[in-house]
Design a protein around this ligand. Structure first.
Ligand SMILES: Cc1ncc(COP(=O)(O)O)c(C=O)c1O
Length: 373
C-alpha cells in the first residue's frame, strides 16, 4: 500500500519536465571547469542575458523600501497584501477584490490552472507559449493541448479556437509571447474572445506589457470576456524578479475561488513593500523601458547586419537564428556571455538574448562577432 502511493507519485512526477531557467552566472562558470577561485574572480565580468530581467537594477524607491522593511523580517507578512492591492486597484481603476497577488506571476498561473483544470479537462496553449502553462497543466493532472503557431512565431488564434471542445477549461495566451516575442492586437484578441464559450477561463499573460504600452490597448478595460484573467508581474520592467511578485486581475467571484487555493503567506513582506514602492516610481519604469527598447533596436539591427535576426520582438529580448545554436551558446559562454537556447521549446536553431545594458549588449555583440564563423 505504502509503495503504491509512492509509485503513483513517481509516475506522475515523470510526466513533469522541470523548468530550465536561465543559467546563474556561477553555475555556468563552474560548468566551464573553473576552480572556485576563478569562478569568484570571473563573476563580475560575466554577462547574463538569459532570463529577461531588468538589466538596470532596482528602482531607488524600491531599494529604500526593501531596506526599511528588512528590519521587520521577523514578522509574518500581511497575508492579504492589503496595501499593495489598494495601490494596484487605484492604478488600474478596479476593485481590490478583483486582485490575486502571487509569489511571482508564475504562482498565479499555476494557481489559475490548478483551480480550473483537473483530470479529464483540457488546457489550450500555443506550442511555443510560455513553458510554465504546460508544466502547470501536467501538474494539475489535466491534458495540455499545444497548438502550432502561424509562422513559427505568432499565436494562431483560429487554430486555438478549433482546438476548443467540451473538455476545454482554460486557454493560456502570453502577449507579448515569451519566447517568440510576438504580439497580438487588441482587436484580434477580442474577436477570439467573442467566439469562445463564456465559461472558459482565458489567462492573458502580460508579463511584458510595459514594453507594448503604445502598441495595444489596456486589456484590463478593453477586453470583454467573463472568464478573462489578466496576469502581470513585477519581475520584468519593474525590476523585482528576485523578490517574486505577480498578480492577476479578473472578475471578483473568480478571484475568490482561486484565493482559497493560495498558501496564506505567499508573498513576503519585503516583496510587498518593494512592489508598492516600485508602483509609485513610474518615471523610473518609463525611463528604463525606453532605454531597453532603444537597446533592443540596436541589437536587432546588429543581428540583421550579421544575417542572424530570427524575427522582431516586442518584449525585452531579441531572437537570434543560427543553425548550430547549442554550440554557439557554448562558445558565447566561454566568452563570458550567457544566453538562452530555445531547443526546449522545439526551436533548435533559435537563441533568445535578453536585452541588457549598453555595456552588456556591447559585450554580447563583441563575443558574437568573435565566435561566428
Ligand atoms: C510570459 C511569462 N509569463 C510569466 C513569467 C513568470 O514571471 P514571474 O514569475 O517572475 O512573475 C515569465 C517569466 O519569464 C514570462 O516570460
Amino acid at each position: 500500500m505504502g509503495i503504491d502511493w509512492l509509485k503513483q507519485a513517481v509516475i506522475q512526477s515523470e510526466k513533469l519536465h522541470p523548468y530550465i531557467p536561465g543559467k546563474p552566472i556561477a553555475q555556468m562558470l563552474r560548468e566551464l571547469g573553473l576552480s572556485e577561485q576563478d569562478v569568484v574572480s570571473r563573476i563580475a565580468s560575466t554577462v547574463k542575458l538569459a532570463s529577461n530581467e531588468n538589466p538596470y537594477g532596482v528602482s531607488p524607491k524600491a531599494l529604500k523600501a526593501i531596506q526599511q522593511t528588512a528590519i521587520e523580517a521577523h514578522r509574518y507578512p500581511d497575508g492579504d497584501c492589503f496595501e499593495l492591492k489598494q495601490a494596484l486597484a487605484k492604478k488600474h481603476g478596479i476593485h481590490a477584490e478583483q486582485l490575486l497577488i502571487g509569489n511571482g506571476s508564475n504562482e498565479v498561473l499555476e494557481l489559475m490552472i490548478r483551480t480550473f483544470a483537473a483530470a479529464e479537462d483540457e488546457v489550450i496553449y500555443s506550442q511555443r507559449g510560455f513553458i510554465v502553462y504546460a508544466l502547470a497543466t501536467t501538474a494539475a493532472g489535466a491534458k495540455g493541448v499545444a497548438v502550432p503557431e502561424c509562422d513559427g512565431f505568432a499565436h494562431d488564434l483560429d487554430a486555438m479556437l478549433d482546438a476548443v471542445n467540451e473538455r476545454t477549461k482554460v486557454v493560456c495566451i502570453a502577449n507579448p509571447n515569451n519566447p517568440t516575442g510576438s504580439l497580438l492586437k487588441t482587436s484580434e484578441l477580442q474577436s477570439f474572445l467573442d467566439k469562445l464559450p463564456s465559461h472558459i477561463v482565458v489567462i492573458l499573460d502580460e508579463a511584458y506589457v510595459e514594453y507594448v504600452k503604445n502598441e495595444i490597448a489596456d486589456s484590463i478595460h478593453a477586453l470583454k470576456h467573463a472568464g478573462l484573467v489578466v496576469c502581470r508581474t513585477f519581475s520584468k520592467a519593474y525590476g523585482l524578479a528576485g523578490l517574486r511578485v505577480g498578480y492577476a486581475v479578473a472578475n471578483q467571484d473568480l478571484i475568490a475561488v482561486v484565493n482559497r487555493f493560495r498558501e496564506p503567506f505567499n508573498v513576503n513582506s519585503i516583496a510587498q513593500a518593494a512592489a508598492l514602492a516600485a508602483l509609485a516610481d513610474d518615471d523610473w519604469v518609463i525611463d528604463k523601458v525606453g532605454q531597453c527598447k532603444a537597446e533592443r533596436t540596436r541589437l536587432e539591427l546588429a543581428l540583421a547586419d550579421l544575417g542572424c535576426l530570427a524575427a522582431p520582438s516586442f518584449a525585452n529580448f531579441v531572437l537570434l537564428q543560427y543553425q548550430d545554436s547549442l554550440s554557439l551558446v557554448k562558445k558565447l559562454e566561454q566568452e563570458g556571455v550567457i544566453v538562452r537556447p530555445l531547443a526546449p521549446y522545439g526551436m533548435a536553431d533559435i537563441v533568445r538574448v535578453s536585452v541588457g545594458t549598453y555595456t552588456e549588449n556591447d559585450a554580447f555583440l563583441r563575443a558574437l562577432r568573435k565566435v561566428l564563423p
